[in-house]
Write a protein that binds this ligand. Structure first.
Ligand code: SF4
Ligand code: SF4
Length: 398
C-alpha cells in the first residue's frame, strides 16, 4: 500500500524534535510559528503519513512556504535529510495536482526551450521598459541586449551555462570563462539538451520532468572532463543527479560536477594577487553553495586575490530567493530578504563596502531588487575578480 506522501519512513523517523534547526530556518525566523519551521513541517508530514491526517490547504501552505534553502540540514545533530523529505513531499503534491497549477507547468516547460526563452526574455525586458510588468511580480530588470554567447576554446573542462542564467546573466559566464582561460585551461560548452538542469522542476515537485532533463544534460556533456558550474543552484542540482536518476552513470556524472569557485580556488595561485586599490566586498553565501554543496572557503580564496572580504553576521541565513520562491511566495520572500538587507547594511555601515558577492543568479537578482536603491551592487564573485585582473594586466576590465 502506498502512503499519501511516499516518504522514506526511516528518513521521517530520524528527527528527534530537538528544535536545534529552528533558528536557522528563515521562515520560522520571520513568522515565529512552529508550523513554518523544519520541525513543524516534519510533524505535519508525519501526521499525514503515519496518522492519516488529510492533505488539506494548511498542509500545502506549510510545504509551499518552505524556501528549500536547507539551512536546517547542517544545524541538525541527527542528520535529517530535510531536502529529500521536502522534495518527495513536493513531488507527491504535484503528482496529485494539489500544487503547481497549469500556468506554472507551462512556464517550467519553456525553460529547456532556449531560443523561446531568449525571445521571451527580450519581450519581457521590452515590457518592463514600457512599464507593463507590475513590480509586485518581483521580476528583476532584464537586459534588452545580451552579450554574444560564449564560444568554446577546447576540452579541458565543460562550462555549463544553463537556461535562465544564459538569458539574463551572460556576463557571469564571460567572466567565468576568462578566469578559466587565465588558469591555462580550455573549455567546452554543452551540446544539444544541455540547456536546463531541472533545478526548478525538482523544487516544484515535477519529478519526471526533472529526470528527463537530467538525462538530456548528462548526454550533452559526455566524457570524463570536469563540469564547471557558475550558478550555485544549478551546481547543486547537477550534483544530485546520482540520487535523482539513480543510475551508476548518473553517479559518475555528478562526481564530475564542481562549482567554478571551488575549481578556481584550487588554482588560485594562477590568478594574479592584486595588492593596490583592493575593493571591500561583502560575501553573501547562497544556500545551495553553503548548505547544500557545503562550500564557503573557495569564494573567499578567489575573491581574496583581488579584494578584501567582508563577512556578514547572520550565520548564512537564507535571502529568500529560492529559485522561483520569490515570485511564488512574494510576501514571505520579501520579509526574509528584509533581514538579509539589514545584515548587509550593518556591515556596509561598518566597512564602507558597497559591493556584495553572491554566486547564485537567483539570489543576486532578488537582492539587487532591494539593494540598488541603497547604492549597493550585487555581482557574482567572478564578475568582481575577472575585470580587476583584466585591468591590472592592461586588458578590458569592463
Ligand atoms: S529548507 Fe529552509 S525554509 Fe525549509 S524548513 Fe529548512 S531551513 Fe526552513
Ligand atoms: S530536523 Fe534535526 S535539528 Fe530539527 S528538530 Fe529534527 S532532529 Fe532536531
Amino acid at each position: 500500500m502506498h502512503t499519501a506522501l511516499r516518504l522514506d519512513p526511516s528518513e521521517l523517523s530520524t528527527c528527534v524534535s530537538c528544535g536545534l534547526c529552528l533558528p536557522h530556518c528563515p521562515t520560522f525566523r520571520v513568522s515565529g510559528e512552529e508550523s513554518y519551521s523544519p520541525r513543524g513541517r516534519i510533524d505535519a508530514m508525519r501526521a499525514v503519513e503515519n496518522d492519516g491526517r488529510p492533505v488539506d490547504d494548511a498542509f500545502v501552505d506549510f510545504m509551499e512556504t518552505c524556501v528549500q534553502c536547507r539551512g536546517c540540514e547542517p544545524a541538525c545533530p541527527s542528520g535529517v535529510h530535510f531536502g529529500s523529505l521536502m522534495e518527495a513531499t513536493r513531488a507527491s503534491l504535484a503528482a496529485s495536482r494539489r500544487t503547481v497549477p497549469r500556468w506554472q507547468r507551462v512556464g517550467y516547460s519553456l525553460l529547456p526551450r532556449h531560443r523561446l526563452l531568449l525571445a521571451g526574455s527580450t519581450a519581457l525586458a521590452l515590457a518592463q521598459r514600457l512599464r507593463l510588468v507590475p513590480r509586485r511580480l518581483g521580476v528583476p530588470p532584464l537586459p534588452l541586449r545580451r552579450p554574444r554567447p560564449l564560444a568554446p576554446t577546447g576540452d579541458d573542462v565543460w562550462l555549463f551555462t544553463g537556461c535562465v542564467m544564459d538569458a539574463w546573466q551572460r556576463d557571469t559566464h564571460r567572466c567565468a570563462a576568462e578566469l578559466v582561460t587565465l588558469t591555462g585551461s580550455t573549455y567546452a560548452l554543452a551540446g544539444p539538451g544541455g540547456g536546463c538542469c531541472g533545478a526548478l522542476h525538482v523544487h516544484a515537485g515535477l519529478h519526471d520532468d526533472a529526470v528527463d532533463l537530467a538525462r538530456r544534460v548528462m548526454s550533452s556533456m559526455p566524457g570524463e572532463a570536469p563540469i564547471l558550474v557558475d550558478a550555485a543552484g544549478c551546481g547543486a542540482a547537477l550534483k544530485a543527479y546520482g540520487t535523482l536518476v539513480g543510475t551508476p552513470e548518473a553517479v559518475r556524472f555528478s562526481d564530475r560536477v564542481v562549482d567554478v569557485l571551488d575549481w578556481l580556488a584550487e588554482r588560485a595561485e594562477r590568478i594574479p594577487s592584486i595588492e593596490a586599490e583592493r575593493p571591500s566586498v561583502i560575501v553573501q553565501d547562497p544556500c545551495h553553495l553553503r548548505h547544500v554543496q557545503r562550500s564557503t572557503a573557495p569564494t573567499r580564496i578567489v575573491l581574496g586575490r583581488v579584494a578584501d572580504v567582508v563577512e556578514l553576521d547572520d550565520e548564512g541565513l537564507c535571502c529568500g530567493a529560492g529559485g522561483a520562491y520569490s515570485a511564488l511566495q512574494p510576501a514571505m520572500a520579501g520579509e526574509i530578504r528584509e533581514r538579509k538587507i539589514e545584515a548587509i547594511v550593518r556591515v556596509r555601515n561598518a566597512s564602507g563596502a558597497t559591493v556584495v558577492a553572491s554566486a547564485n543568479p537567483g539570489c543576486s537578482m532578488h537582492l539587487s531588487g532591494a539593494l540598488e536603491a541603497l547604492g549597493i551592487e550585487v555581482r557574482h564573485p567572478v564578475e568582481i575578480v575577472a575585470p580587476i585582473v583584466a585591468r591590472a594586466s592592461g586588458g578590458r576590465g569592463g
